[in-house]
Ligand binder design. Sequence first.
Ligand code: HDD
Length: 689
Amino acid sequence: MDSAAKASKDAMNRVSDLPQGSGGETQQRDGSGVMTTDHGVPISDNQNTLKAGPRGPALLEDFVLREKIFHFDHERIPERIVHARGSGAHGTFTVTRAIPELTRAALFQEEGNSCETFTRFSTVAGSKGSKDTPRDVRGFATKFYTQEGNWDLVANNFAPFFIQDAMKFPDLVHAVKPEADRMFPQAASAHDTFWDFVGLMPETLHTVMWLMSDRALPRSFRMMEGFGVHTFRMVNADGDVSFVKFHWKPRLGMQSLLWDEAVKVSGADPDFNRRDLWEAIDRGEFPEYDLGIQVFDSEFADSQFYDVLDATKLIPEEDVPVQIIGTLQLNRNPDNFFAETEQVAFMPQNVPPGIDFTDDPLLQGRLFSYLDTQKSRLGTANFFQIPINAPRCPFANMQRDGMMQTLIHKGRSNYEPNSLDRAGEDPGPRPSDQGFQTIRRMDQREDANQKLRVRADKFADHFSHARLFYVSQTEVEQDHIAAAFTFELSKVDLPHVRINVLAQLRNIDEALAQRVAKGLDLDLPERAPAASETVEMQPSDALSILKNALETLKGRKIGVLVDDDSDQDEIDTLTSAIEAEGGTAALIAPRRGLRDGQLDGTPSVLVDAIALVLTEAAAEKLCKHKPAIDFVSDAFAHCKAIGHSDGAKPLLEKAGVSTDEGVVSLSDLPEAAKQRYFSREQKIWAAQS
Ligand code: HDD
C-alpha cells in the first residue's frame, strides 16, 4: 500500500471509530457504579435540594439540582410528523439467493452474505402515545448496515400508496391527522377532513380499499407483509438495469384482528402489537420475514395499461411472481427505546451501489423529505453519528463541524482535491470508481426533457386497481370492507362528503356502494366522473389474507381460563400440547395468584383462542361474573376456537355459544385453534351484511 492510500485508510478508520451499534459500548462510561454529574463530578446526595437551613429556600448554587432539572426539561424531541408511534428491533439479514445478474450490491453477491439490521414498525396517523390498533397503515422500515453503507428499505404493510405525487403528501397528512381546530380524533381516519380529501382525490381510492380491509388491523407486526411500494432499479456490474419491487413475506403468515376486537384491544392493551413483538423476541421466538423481489424490464413496464412509476398501483404477483432472495430475522430487543427506536433515522435516499431510484414522483419527493425531517427531529446535521444511524462500515468525507459533532477529524485535509500528501500529510478520502453511480435516464419519449407540472397520461386511471383489490377478496373480507366504509362514513358529519365518497365507490363496485349507502341510510348518488375507463383485471389471490391463511399455532396465544379447583393434569396436558405446536398458553384466573393473568383485566380479545378448564361448580359461579361471560361471548363473536371441559357448559350457555366446528373438547383445541371460524359472522353480525 502506498503512503497516500495508507494515510487515507487510516483517516477512514479514524472517522469511523464510533461506538458501533448499541451493544453496550455507549453506556455511561464509569464502571465504578458511582453517580456523577454530566461532567463527572461525584454526587453525594440525590434526594435533597441544597437549602439554607432544613426548612429554608433552595440555593441557586445547587449545580446538581440545576443540571438534573435542566436535562429533564429537554428530554423530549419532536415526534415524527407521521409514523410517530413505533416499535423497533435489531436483527440480521441473510441472503438466501445471490443475484449478481441483477445488482452489483456487495450484499447480494453471494448466498449466505449477511448484515446487521434495525427494523421499526409504526402506525402512521396517531401520536407517539396513541394506541397500537387503530385502522391505519403500518410502517415497516428496515436499515441494513451493509459493507457499502446503509440501505434503508422504508416500507409499509400496504402495496400501494394514497397519492401519486409528493406535492400532495402534506395535504394527505393534514387531512388524516386530528382536525386542526379541535385536535381530534386521535389515530383515526373516521372524520370529515380525511374523507373530504378522499372524495375529491380519487387516486387515493386503491389504498383506501386496503385501509378499509383487514390489512389495516394486523394481529401482530409478525403477521403482516411489507412492501417497498415504489418501483426501484437494480444495476449489475455490467451496467444492465432491471426494475424491481420489494416485498416482505412473514414466515408466520398473515393474520388480522376483527374491527370489534381491535376497538376492545385498544382499551385492554394499547401496547398490544408492541408488547407482542417484545415478548416474542424475549422468548426467543424470533420473527422472520422473507425478502422478495418482483423483477421486470421496460418492455413489460411499457406494455401495462398503468404506469409502473405510479405508486398508487401494484403489479399483481400473478403477473410478475415474487422471487425470494433473503431472510430477515429480528433477534434482539433494543437496549434503550429513545436511543435506538426513537432516534433511528430512515431515509429512502440510503441505497448502496447497485440499487437505484426511478422517476416515480412520489419517491423523488421522499428523497428530500426524510433527510430534511431528521434535522428537525434530531436537531443537527450530525444525526448520522448517533450509534443507531452510523454505518457499520468505514465512512469518511469532507463534511465537517456542526452542532453535536462527535468525531475528531485530525489534520488539515477538509477539502478535496488537495495535494497535502505530497507534503507527507494525510490527504483524507477521495472518490472511487467503485462508488455509487447514478443510472443514466433512459426515457426516450419526446417530452422527456421538457419542464412540466403535469401527471403522465397513464396515471389517470384510479379505479381498476381499487376494483382488483375488492374482487380479489373472499366474501368475508368483502363484508369487512363494506362494514369499515359504513363505520367510517357514519362518523363523517358533512353530508356532501359522504355523498362524494359514495359517488366514487360506484366506480369501484356497484354492490359495495349499495351496501354502504344502505348502512348510511342514503340513496345512491350519481356515479362520479372517471378520468379514464376502468380495466377489469384478473383477480389476484395474493391480495387476500384469508386465501393465504396459514393454519398454525406458531405465534398464537391461547387463553386458558382456570379456577382454584381446575384439574391440574388437564391444564398441564393442554398447555404441553399447545406448546408442542409452537403456541403459547396463558393461564387466566379470577384471582391472579400464580397465574399469568387476572380475568377482569385479561379479556379474550388479547388471545387467539380460549380454553375453559372449569368444574361445573366453577362455571356456575362464573355465570354471575360479567367479565367471564364476556370472555367467552367475545371469543365466540370474534370467531375464535373455544375448547372446554364438560364442566364448563353452563358458562358456554350463559355466553350464548352455539355449537359449531370451532367449539371443541380440550384435546381437540390445539388443532382447532389454528384458524378462525368466520361462518359465525353471518349469524352474529347480521347488520354488517
Ligand atoms: Fe414516509 C416516515 C413509509 C411516503 C415523508 N414513512 C415514514 C416511515 C415509514 C414511511 C415506514 C417511518 C420511518 C421510521 O420508522 O422512522 N412513506 C412511507 C411509504 C411511502 C411514504 C412506504 C410511500 C410509498 N413519506 C412519504 C412521502 C413523504 C414522506 C410521499 C413526503 C414527501 N415519511 C415522511 C417523513 C417521515 C416519514 C415526514 C416522518 C419521520 C421520518 O420521515 O423519519 O419524512
